[in-house]
Write a protein that binds this ligand. Structure first.
Ligand code: GLC
Length: 430
């Protein structure tokens, strides 16, 4: 009897509790029910995704509870990522709102009409805070389509410890690089001299423009559309790269390597020199790295009389024209490209800032003292030709350069064919 009474009372209380809760929910719905969060989709290479996920996306979502960023990890090679964006836009039903663009894509994406015009979004003063080359790379026909989130510069890494022990200064010329590498190898100090990216992909073109510049050559002049691939300088640049493999200074697997393959070998302490991007620095100096505190960076070497070159890389954000959420997408771009968030992003990932003030920011310099040198290196930036047909022009170079490096064509016939094909393409515009 007593038990029954208690049970009745409990049921009554539970009923009241449920009724009260239900009316509270109906009267004051929680944000999740009253308003579904807007989801912004964005695709990027897997190595880039990590620093985004670890910090700035979480912070953005915490400050903007109505917006979620859905980051999709794509392949490591930038040209494969570009293919994914391109096919999504061509098919017409692109799921992407934010477009995370390599420095070489903007003209193509903008000329195809896939991006929103962002020209009126930032004032002249706001734009002036970014490196001008990074901003220029986002313009097409005087309109702005991409706001830089980070820049990039190809650099030459060297092992300070090995060079000091053997009494060498860092190399200035291609000949120095070969000589030091050979000597260190002969003394049994190191397995490999020089590591570079030789696979047939966009990274091959980025690496090649630096060597080409060092030999005084050029690829395509963006103003006149003149093509320099069949000039003697280009053949000298290829001869240097082939020599590194033939002389055992670079591994025979080089023609299959992308950035991450070369970084792993360098970070394991197996090579004296590496051509790569600044993202390598924090990883090579991490606690678990075999070369922690042993590396220096410098501008790529050149032949005497020529200036070394650094390939301008980098990434920036645009908004897909097909996005249903352009306002939220702009809110995200504003946040990610702000000075404060860029500082946090750069500190975490060691990327090259696209805001000039961050190169000399005290907090950044104390963590990354090499940034003052990076700023100097940035003066020698070489652009891959900023033209709307860049993807096709690069594909031609990648195919024929790879054929020359893997001995399936002679360098001279490969470059003659590459030059002819590029000229034909640029003439017809197709
Ligand atoms: C880096 C650069 C990018 C370049 C790519 C090549 O991601 O930032 O501009 O195209 O490497 O692999």
């Amino acid at each position: 009897m007593f038990k029954q009474k208690i049970l009745l009372k409990l049921q009554f209380c539970t009923g009241i509790f449920l009724a009260v809760s239900l009316s509270i929910i109906l009267l004051f719905p929680p944000p999740a029910l009253s308003q579904k969060a807007v989801v912004l989709n964005m695709l990027m290479t897997a190595p880039d995704a990590q620093p985004w996920q670890q910090g700035i996306i979480k912070d953005f979502e915490a400050k903007n509870p109505g917006i979620r960023i859905n980051l999709i990890e794509g392949p490591n090679a930038t040209n494969l990522l570009e293919d994914l964006y391109t096919s999504a836009f061509i098919l017409g039903d692109s799921p992407y709102d934010l477009v995370n663009m390599d420095v070489i894509w903007s003209s193509k994406f903008a000329s195809a009409g896939w991006l929103l015009d962002l020209s009126d979004k930032l004032t002249k003063e706001e734009l002036a805070a970014f490196s001008s080359k990074d901003i220029e790379a986002g313009r097409y026909e005087a309109k702005l389509f991409r706001i830089p989130i980070r820049s990039d510069l190809g650099v030459l890494y060297y092992r300070k410890d090995l060079l000091n022990q053997a009494g060498f200064q860092p190399p200035e010329t291609f000949a120095d690089l070969l000589k030091i590498s050979k000597s260190l190898k002969e003394q049994g100090k190191i397995k490999w001299g020089y590591l570079w990216q030789g696979r047939q992909y966009e990274g091959l073109a980025a690496m090649f423009v630096e060597v080409l510049q060092g030999f005084g050559g050029f690829w395509v002049n963006p103003d006149t559309l003149e093509v320099g691939l069949d000039k003697p300088e280009t053949l000298k640049a290829i001869a240097f790269l082939k020599d590194t493999i033939q002389e055992g200074i670079s591994p025979s697997g080089t023609t299959t390597y992308m950035e991450e393959d070369t970084r792993r070998i360098f970070q394991n302490g197996q090579a004296a020199f590496l051509r790569s991007w600044p993202y390598v620095w924090p990883l090579a100096n991490a606690e678990d790295s075999a070369i922690k505190d042993q590396i220096g960076i410098k501008l790529m070497v050149a032949t005497s009389g020529n200036n070394g070159g650094t390939c301008l890389g980098g990434w920036g954000l645009g908004i897909a024209k097909s996005s249903q959420h352009p306002q939220e997408a702009w809110k995200a771009i504003r946040y990610f490209t702000s000075e404060e968030v860029q500082r946090q992003f750069i500190l975490q990932a060691g990327f090259v800032p696209s805001r000039r003030s961050l190169f000399t920011d005290p907090e950044i310099i104390s963590k990354y003292p090499h940034y003052s040198q990076l700023l100097k290196i940035s003066d020698s930036a070489v652009l891959r030709p900023p033209i709307a047909q860049y993807a096709q022009v690069s594909d031609i170079l990648q195919r024929y350069l790879s054929a020359a490096l893997t001995n399936s064509m002679t360098p001279a016939s490969a470059m003659q064919a590459a030059a002819n094909e590029t000229r034909r393409l640029l003439r017809t515009g197709k």
